[in-house]
Design a protein around this ligand. Structure first.
Ligand SMILES: *Cc1c(COP(=O)(O)O)cnc(C)c1O
Length: 485
């Protein structure tokens, strides 16, 4: 066989990636391709004959690019996404080249050790107990699944039930108390684990979406038996954090397990100025967070931590006669994740932390929050623009008032026009029954100029209110773009 040619396809991928990344500031943030155009560019019959791999990569990049959403852009503010830092991205490339099956220590000792090392660094950054076990999963969805499986094991073990062996049929019922504003992934994990969503009692929240301690106390007192309390650090709309210390105290007095959904909000712990928001987080029993959000690691990368390593391993661990399990002190990843074969996710996380350092990560979290406040201040300074939430973290909710009184329709219209405009990209939401634009600042590369350009674009898109002529022409708006539909 001929020497394989790695250089040509990898070189093409490098060139295409670099063109994409360096082109981010100039391209529209949203996708500009229609579905039929993408079908035409990417579709066709099943290829019969082989093709030069370099050509395949070049054609793929060219066909896909118009249909990409520029989520790594410093002006992407939709959902809570974040980009990828150069070191994390480069380490992710290496991860693909190394192609380790990071399920067992024996199949990639470096992958196993890097998870141990990065796991320890992360616990320190996030203010979690040093002895907590860690799993590198695909995202918070699977972090919830893993943590709640550990909770299920431990609470039922205490009740004299072996759920791993005997399942849930006939087991004591486990109740789950979670804030009304919990993320849907909590319910989804409960579905996967056989608890069912009807196991959840919704606990009342305040105007920012934080669980109210008095409501939690009442809910805990209204029942008994094995109980899980799901708290939240970072409401997806407002960024608000549940009172974690009080939540842990109340729940533990009742013998409950506390799980924290800290997908992005737990990163407040990495900042000395914001750490107070998550005070008490270390007293929970399990935690879910993402590396692919605020740590800016490429997708997919989530993290689960558990203060009860034995319960974690009992829920996830596996033994098979043909496997070679790690010896003394050797950590097999598959004892901590729901996956069996899996990507060596630790390398990119390791590189992200090492390249930024503790100070860099703290600075990045602080900067995003300062930029969120800048968004809020600049937008709220305009008539007819209202910020709906207390901007405590990186999330801003904005509502646009229409002269005709239909603020919901106008706000949704502004969100749609901003997405079309391409300067920046925000999603919409409904908050307290009102339509709102939702801004999330989560990208390492976003700077003040990005925010100012985005504010100008938002105001431009807010101007042609239903039935109203724009009051002033924006300086850089071309003719024919005055009235967008
Ligand atoms: C993003 C998010 C999730 C889901 O995380 P994935 O990584 O997409 O699975 C859950 N909870 C909160 C609060 C989030 O922001």
């Amino acid at each position: 066989m001929e020497e394989p040619d790695w250089a040509a396809p990898l070189g093409q991928a490098y060139d295409s990636a670099l063109a994409y990344l360096t082109g981010l500031p100039a391209r529209p943030v949203g996708s500009s391709a229609s579905r039929p155009a993408l079908r035409a560019a990417l579709g066709g019959p099943l290829p019969e004959a082989p093709e030069d791999p370099r050509k395949t990569i070049a054609a793929l990049a060219e066909a896909a690019e118009p249909g990409l959403v520029a989520t790594p852009s410093g002006r992407f503010f939709g959902f809570v996404i974040g980009g990828a830092t150069p070191a994390a991205l480069a380490a992710d490339w290496l991860t693909a080249a190394w192609d380790q099956n990071a399920g067992l220590h024996v199949l990639g000792p470096a992958a196993a050790v890097v998870e141990e090392v990065a796991g320890g660094w992360l616990a320190e950054l996030l203010g979690l107990p040093a002895g907590a076990s860690v799993g590198f999963v695909t995202g918070v969805q699977m972090a919830h699944f893993t943590a709640l499986a550990a909770a299920r094991h431990e609470l039922l073990r205490r009740a004299g039930w072996n759920v791993e062996a005997d399942g849930l049929a006939g087991a004591p019922r486990v109740r789950v108390l979670a804030g009304q504003q919990r993320h849907d992934t909590v319910d989804r994990a409960l579905r996967f684990l056989g608890f069912g969503t009807s196991a959840v009692t919704a606990v009342g929240v305040d105007d920012q979406g934080r669980m109210r301690p008095a409501a939690l106390r009442a809910a805990l007192g209204a029942g008994s038996g094995p109980t899980i309390v799901c708290a939240q650090a970072g409401n997806v709309n407002t960024g608000a954090v549940d009172p974690l210390g009080e939540t842990c105290d109340l729940a533990h007095q009742a013998g409950a397990w506390v799980h924290v959904d800290g997908a992005f909000g737990m990163w407040a712990a990495a900042s000395p100025t914001l750490r107070h928001l998550v005070a008490g987080v270390e007293r929970a029993d399990s935690w879910a967070t993402d590396a692919h959000k605020w740590l800016n690691v490429p997708y997919d990368s989530g993290l689960v931590f558990c203060a009860h390593p034995d319960a974690h391993r009992a829920a996830m661990g596996v033994r098979a006669s043909y496997l070679i399990h790690g010896g003394e002190g050797e950590r097999d990843e598959l004892d901590h994740n729901p996956e069996f074969s899996r990507r060596a996710r630790g390398f990119a996380v390791y590189a992200a932390i090492r390249a930024q350092g503790r100070a860099g990560i703290a600075g990045q979290v602080d900067r995003c929050c300062a930029l969120a406040r800048r968004f809020a201040e600049r937008l709220a300074a305009h008539d007819g623009v209202e910020v709906l939430n207390d901007v405590v973290l990186n999330q801003v909710l904005v509502r646009f008032q229409a002269a005709d009184g239909d603020h919901d329709a106008h706000t949704r219209g502004v969100v749609g026009r901003v997405q079309q405009d391409g300067t920046c990209w925000m999603s919409g939401t409904t908050w307290h029954g009102q339509a709102a634009m939702r801004i999330s600042v989560t990208n390492w590369s976003t700077d003040e100029a990005d925010v100012d350009r985005s504010v100008a674009a938002i105001l431009r898109c807010a101007r042609p209110a239903a039935g109203h002529e724009p009051t002033r022409r924006a300086p850089n708006r071309g003719p024919g773009r005055t009235r967008r539909r």
